[in-house]
Design a protein around this ligand. Sequence first.
Ligand SMILES: Nc1ncnc2c1ncn2[C@@H]1O[C@H](COP(=O)(O)OP(=O)(O)OP(=O)(O)O)[C@@H](O)[C@H]1O
Length: 310
Amino acid sequence: MSESPAIAVRGLTKRFGARTVVDHVDLTVQPGRICGFLGPNGSGKTTTLRMICGLLIPDEGEGEVLGLDLRTKRRAIKHQIGYMTQKFGLFSDLSIAENLEFIARVYRLDNRKARVDAALERLGLASRATQLAGKLSGGWKQRLALAAAVLHEPKILLLDEPTAGVDPQARREFWDQIHALARDGMTVLVSTHYMDEAERCHEIAYIAYGVMLARGTTDEVIAASGLHALRGEGPGADRIAAEVEARPGVDMAAAFGTSLHVCGSDPAALRRAVAPWAERIAFEPAAPTLEDVFIHLMRTATDNSVVEAA
Ligand SMILES: Nc1ncnc2c1ncn2[C@@H]1O[C@H](COP(=O)(O)OP(=O)(O)OP(=O)(O)O)[C@@H](O)[C@H]1O
């Protein structure tokens, strides 16, 4: 397919004072794709997303968003962005429909009734339209926030940790909605700390301390990490994580239930590391997880926040 990318940015950089919080980030995302941003707290995920969407001016870098020049067409780009922030404001004593109507009026949208009805329908809110927003559970509130973010039918949706504190069922339903929007052609950028959410993205970008360290589908990111893992089962396997992790060749070891998950870059060194326990604990090759990769990347990245403290 020769479709132009929804987002194609190069060398995006942002500094706050002496500190570079986003350092020459490149990113290309095709239309209708869901791209997840992961990384430690304060790593520049939100700042990167906000620059890409024209909400923040980069200090360096260039690119096109929806075919528009990021440096000169930020206003036009912003009009085509829907942004759901970590904290969204709802009027708790207005109903779901009234909240959406209010937002439509504030943003001076045309065809307000049709837009509100379409958003209610699209996000499965129609049957609850008259319910007061203040009485909604966390999951439904997120859904209302999502409806508000897409009311103007943006081409790009920006979600900043959209399901923090929401239960697994509501999270799953929320993500079904995100996929439905992407199927209709919306490009979605989402920051998250949840592995299950990362796995629901078409592709992910891992940013640590402003630098993009990994990019691709989850399988590609895991394969590119070069990590290997072992799973240990046997008496006391869940109690030796700290000892195993202290051995050379082990990146990390953690108990999962009664078993032990061990991971590192060199399979032979991993085997040597667990040899002292091999008589009572059976170690079998296991698939490294996305979490293994992220922890590995985080530990090998340089924390630039110390500059700030200096
Ligand atoms: N307007 C600002 N002025 C100064 N520093 C800022 C500003 N906005 C963000 N920062 C700093 O830049 C760094 C990156 O912040 P950002 O919110 O992009 O990180 P993040 O990866 O989204 O973090 P989290 O996962 O905690 O949401 C942080 O140290 C933050 O304190």
